[in-house]
Write a protein that binds this ligand. Structure first.
Ligand code: NAX
Ligand code: ADP
Ligand code: K
Length: 495
């Protein structure tokens, strides 16, 4: 599992080490220089003779960068530091100067031609403008520097120091211009912005330099990896029978959107549920695609409702209402056309699966007037959290990185899918996969309010891996994603 901690938690964890005289900045700079050297060797075969530009802000993030620059000069790298602020980390600057690094100032305007020339000639640029002390994004000369590097051709390798400068460290927002990095070298522990969208998309590959930090409390956001998902997946015991494995009720599709019913069922059947019962008008289409499905009412352990349920399908909406009225005791995945039927308050084993537009509509309907899809995309965590607080539900917000907020505010962020997964019907398959997990672990999901969020994150991960597996590197249809789920699960649980 990848974990992350807020800026405050990092500072609190650093405190006792700093008090004990542990040279944290020295360790950070040494690790940073090592990773930069490795990246240069990979990119151009050797380190010596490379040209590096350091973007240096006013704080310790700039200090780390200057110290790393001093170490790089000793390995034969020509280092130019560009100071973006009149204030600069004094020790770091002294170290770089002593190592014969070059220093330019972006603050006086007159030396800008030299800065531009250095940036255009650079093999690597280290972004040390702002770290965990950044507030409100890069401004002034620093913003100009970011633009210069972003426009440089050929594009240098960009290494973010601790975090890409100008991200909301704790909430994953982008506070204005952010330089997209190829590599982020982060110190001590990951920061939430390195897992959360949209900031995480600017981080590139993330490597962690161990500083011996031991932060307190629960992590701010986590990402499940294969071994975590394997421990969550319900695997039938030797004596299992279909009812013991869990029966999933599916209220999806309508005369207008029968395909959603087929895809929702496909996700559930392929993820490994004991039985699927289907309710709705798309019975013939569902049976044609999945003869193993039982059409009609009966006992179930969990539900998926809403995928492809048209707003004018009164009969199907009535079934959704019936299911939601029983949600106190049975886990329910609430997708698309069922989101507007959600009761005022629900338990955490009710999992909402909106995309950004649907989440905006849900929030607007609950008093957050004027929230748009763009607002949600700019701050996914804040809006998913708001929806959780307003409804009590576990909220899985779909996107390139899927964010889940569950009981107690626990946050998962899964970025396992190729962009090819952004295709019609993919969300219906995800609902089915998650429904299968909740049916298989229905009792646990009702008694342990933390579990639904973990299961939701696990479903998003498997859905993303299945999209890769269905056609590595190329386009996928939603049905093919469902088709790849059994193989992905087999590899997971047999590893
Ligand atoms: N405490 C330590 O000894 C360690 C700190 N580390 C580094 O220190 C960083 C944090 O250092 P700081 O707390 O000095 O913070 P930063 O280096 O992130 O700089 C923040 C400083 O810049 C100014 N500032 C904030 N927002 C700004 C904005 N939007 N525009 C212009 N100026 C702005 C503020 O005056 C603030 O003091 C970490 O990210 C990490 O790189 C690491 O070296 C590990 C050890
Ligand atoms: N850029 C992207 N990269 C990876 N996955 C994505 C991206 N955009 C969307 N997805 C995923 O694709 C699926 C789309 O679901 P959704 O928007 O509900 O579509 P539909 O309603 O047509 O099924 C979600 O699982 C979402 O997380
Ligand atoms: K930075």
């Amino acid at each position: 599992m990848l974990t992350s901690w807020t800026a405050d938690a990092v500072r609190a964890a650093e405190e006792p080490l700093l008090a004990a005289g542990v040279p944290l900045m020295g360790r950070a700079a040494f690790g940073l220089a090592g990773h930069v050297a490795r990246a240069l060797r990979e990119a151009r075969g050797r380190v010596r003779g490379a040209r590096a530009v350091l973007l240096v802000g006013p704080g310790n993030n700039g200090g780390d960068t200057l110290h790393a620059g001093a170490l790089l000069t000793r390995r034969g790298v020509a280092v130019t530091a560009v100071l973006a602020s009149p204030r600069v980390h004094a020790d770091g600057l002294a170290a770089l100067t002593a190592a014969h690094g070059r220093v330019l100032r972006a603050t006086d305007g007159t030396g800008r031609a030299d800065v531009t020339a250095a940036v255009r000639a650079a093999h690597v640029v280290l972004d040390g403008l702002l770290g965990i002390g950044g507030r409100g994004g890069v401004r002034g000369p620093a913003a100009w520097l970011v633009e210069e590097v972003a426009a440089a051709q050929p594009r240098p390798l960009v290494v973010a120091v601790d975090v890409p400068s100008g991200v909301g460290v704790d909430d994953g927002t982008r506070q204005g211009a952010v330089l997209d990095a190829d590599l982020t070298v982060t110190f001590g522990v990951r920061k939430p912005a390195l897992l959360l969208p949209p900031a995480a998309h600017a981080a590139g590959r993330v490597v962690l330099v161990d500083l011996g930090l031991d932060p307190a409390g629960a992590p701010a956001a986590v990402r499940l990896e294969a071994e975590d998902v394997a421990t969550l997946w319900p695997v039938p015991g030797r004596a299992a029978h279909k009812y013991a494995r869990g029966v999933l009720g599916v209220v999806a599709g309508s005369a207008r959107y029968p395909g959603a019913a087929v895809l929702s069922v496909a996700g559930a059947v392929r993820a490994g549920v004991g039985m699927v019962r289907y309710l709705g008008a798309a019975g013939p289409q569902v049976l044609a695609a999945h003869p193993e499905v039982v059409v009609g009412d009966g006992r179930v352990q969990a539900w998926v409702v809403g995928s492809g349920v048209a707003p004018d399908d009164d009969a199907q909406r009535e079934r959704v209402r019936d299911v939601l009225a029983r949600a106190a005791h049975e886990p329910v995945v609430v997708d698309a056309g069922a989101l507007d039927l959600l009761p005022e308050r629900v338990p955490a084993h009710v999992v909402l699966t909106p995309h950004a537009g649907e989440l905006a509509a849900l929030l607007a309907a609950r008093g957050a007037a004027g929230v748009t899809r763009e607002d949600v995309e700019a701050a996914p965590l804040a809006h998913a959290r708001r929806a959780h607080e307003l409804t009590g539900a576990t909220v899985l917000l779909k996107g390139a990185t899927t964010v889940v907020v569950g009981h107690g505010g626990a946050v998962h962020a899964q970025a396992d899918a190729p962009a090819w997964l952004a295709t019609a019907g993919a969300g219906d398959v995800l609902g089915g996969v998650l429904g299968a997990l909740l049916a298989g672990r229905a009792r646990d999901a009702v008694t342990d309010p933390m579990l639904p969020a973990a299961l939701a994150a696990a479903a998003a991960a498997v859905h993303g891996w299945a999209a890769h597996a269905a056609n590595p590197g190329g386009p996928v249809a939603a049905a093919d994603v469902a088709g790849a789920v059994p193989g992905v699960v087999a590899r997971l649980v047999s590893a």
